[in-house]
Design a protein. Structure first.
Ligand SMILES: Nc1nc2c(ncn2[C@@H]2O[C@H](COP(=O)(O)OP(=O)(O)OP(=O)(O)O)[C@@H](O)[C@H]2O)c(=O)[nH]1
Ligand SMILES: [Mg+2]
Length: 435
């Protein structure tokens, strides 16, 4: 039997504890002034310890399997004072409950079949999501839409395997299982459903979900000045000496209810100073994790436009010309600004926001998936391709069933029907305690 505080340890109006484990309701009754005998109803009860009143709480009992974890569970709504939270923690320990680890409730829910693995992952994403759009996409996954699509596709694959295996067993007989079963068309249909699903999914990495905006460019172009200007306060050190910024410096900016993490970085140049060189390496590494890169140049560095652009590959970026109070640009830029006078800065803010929204294309997305899911879907796609090729060429049909087995196995890994041992630890350790 485990327990945890499900709300943050902070002074608040209400604190919520949850308990889970067979028989936990009976045990907790031992600390109440009057036992609760009904489930899924709210009761006001005094929690007592050594005959001392700890708090008057609202308490709900759930009997397994009709609970989040699938086990007997209790939710306790107490006053949100730190002393109450501490004393109640003492009561739970006294009753023999153990403190839950991160994600332990969700892990039990998964083990009891209450959540598929990707639904559990979506629960974590929902809790961690900071902007409204992402929260909405995670909610869709929590509600199980994605699992049910994959589970249906998996059933379809199983059906086809029967045909393909049948065609091997009865290959001498005068009956073409594969043609009669419309196997090839059905495989193509599964493939296109999977491609549609990938297209309508936003792939989220932890850092990408933070909407990181990297200030990138040669030294002394005013990256830190512009960073400060956008934030509205002097966060980073500015000086006329090139090579001022060495570490990555981040700070949050809100715009239109979207949270963005601005990241200032060291100016890129060949340098013999080893600390500065480490800073340059940090800036370079940061490109991959950024949702958007701002290449900041000025009138002294316009010759580098092409070389900086070429470093972006397909990365979402904006080309910015700074110090427009001193000189006008020669090349074409997405935005011309002056960190010194503030000219163009409001426009830049809006461009950053639009660019991030566009790159995520959130409005056109239905689901949010992790890189792990995308990799599994891609494995399934290549096995489907291999299978379609064999069936359409009527070659190696005897091993086509193996391709379908691999497709099914990718789907099973997505749903958590089958998974490598270390995966569960990776996923649930990332949860907060109490979830
Ligand atoms: N005239 C003018 N000067 C600017 C502007 N922005 C920055 N500067 C000056 O340019 C110099 C370099 O500014 P920083 O913000 O430190 O430049 P940086 O790109 O962060 O430099 P490193 O960290 O060394 O790569 C400072 O002397 C700033 O005052 C601007 O818009 N106009
Ligand atoms: Mg700087």
């Amino acid at each position: 039997m485990i327990f945890a505080l499900a709300t943050p340890i902070a002074q608040s109006a209400i604190g919520v504890f949850r308990i889970s484990g067979a028989g936990c309701c009976d045990v907790f009754n031992g600390a109440l002034n009057k036992p609760i005998t009904k489930y899924r109803e709210v009761f006001l009860r005094d929690v007592l310890w050594d005959e001392v009143l700890i708090d008057r709480c609202s308490v709900v009992f759930y009997s397994g399997p009709h609970s989040y974890t699938g086990e007997d569970s209790v939710e306790v709504f107490c006053h949100g004072g730190l002393s109450v939270i501490k004393s109640l923690t003492g009561v739970f320990l006294g009753l023999g409950f153990k403190e839950a680890g991160p994600g332990e409730f969700s892990k039990i829910a998964f083990e009891n079949g209450k959540l598929s693995l990707n639904e559990a992952e979506a629960v974590a994403d929902l809790i961690h999501s900071e902007d409204v759009d992402r929260g909405h996409l995670s909610s869709e996954a929590v509600a199980g839409k994605l699992s049910s699509i994959i589970s249906d596709l998996g059933n379809e694959v199983d059906g086809l395997r029967v045909f393909v295996e049948g065609s091997i067993d009865f290959s001498d007989e005068d009956y073409d299982f594969i043609l009669e079963g419309g196997v090839e068309e059905r495989l193509v249909k599964i493939k296109s459903s999977l491609v549609d699903l990938i297209d309508s999914s936003l792939v989220s990495t932890k850092k990408l979900s933070k909407n990181r905006v990297l200030f990138f460019g040669p030294p002394n172009t005013g990256k830190s000045s512009l960073f400060n200007r956008l934030l509205g306060f002097e966060r980073a050190l500015v000086s006329s000496q090139p090579g001022t910024t060495r570490d990555l410096i981040d700070s949050e900016m809100f715009y239109n209810s979207v949270n963005m993490e601005l990241v200032d970085s060291a100016g890129i140049r060949d340098t013999s100073d080893s600390v500065e060189a480490d800073g340059v390496a940090l800036s370079n590494n940061e490109i991959e994790d950024s949702a958007l890169v701002l290449i900041v140049l000025d009138h002294n560095t316009e010759v580098y436009v092409e070389s900086f652009k070429s470093m972006m590959d397909k990365k979402n970026h904006l080309l910015i010309f700074n110090k427009s109070d001193e000189k006008n640009p020669i090349d074409q830029y997405d935005c011309v600004v002056s960190a010194k006078s503030g000219k163009g800065v409001q426009k830049l803010k809006k461009m950053i926001f639009d660019s991030i929204q566009q790159s995520k294309n959130v409005s056109k997305k239905t689901f949010i998936i992790r890189e792990r899911h995308l990799a599994l879907f891609n494995t399934a796609l290549s096995s489907l391709d291999a299978c379609i090729e064999k069936i359409s060429n009527e070659k190696d049909v005897d091993v086509a069933a193996e391709d379908l087995r691999l497709v099914r196995s990718s789907f099973d890994e997505f749903l958590g029907i089958k998974y490598p041992d270390e995966l569960l630890g990776d996923i649930f350790n990332d949860f907060c305690i109490g979830k």
